[in-house]
Design a protein around this ligand. Sequence first.
Ligand SMILES: [Ca+2]
Ligand SMILES: [Ca+2]
Length: 164
Amino acid sequence: MRNILSRLGLLLGAGALAVVGFTGTASAAPAASTADTMTAPADTKSSPVRARSDVKTQGYYNGYCEYYELCMFHLNGFQGSGIDFPAIPGFRDGTYRDNAFVSPGEGQGQSPANNARSLFNADPYYYVLGCIDENLLGMCAYQPPLSGGDLFPDYFLNLESHTY
Ligand SMILES: [Ca+2]
Ligand SMILES: [Ca+2]
């Protein structure tokens, strides 16, 4: 079950189901256990998304958490400085060492590598897979579309790579 490739295949299947069944209500992954997500389900009601956008007008890495982005924050509860990665199918970031938290707040300018306490998957359709080592290695878990919160202890201050 810890095989990344098989996990990705499972996620893609679950993501397709989520697209078909997406109506604004949560819980799109019936087969998934909470232990396989990066954040607690109880945290998914609040959202740091500030502006509606679409792929063509998207401003990645601009510090504004918009739809079609993965937003990562230095502090709990989507607080502190944040970074907004693209949420594009096939997008992969193998290391956060070349990235920096961009929005104003505590942690601004620091690398998100092993330095994020909360995140929000602001993509409406796709699961994101996050891992505790670079290049999608180590322990990995997914975050369903339009959900997020404080990271579970295994991922808290420990994320180093992700892919959509
Ligand atoms: Ca943005
Ligand atoms: Ca990077």
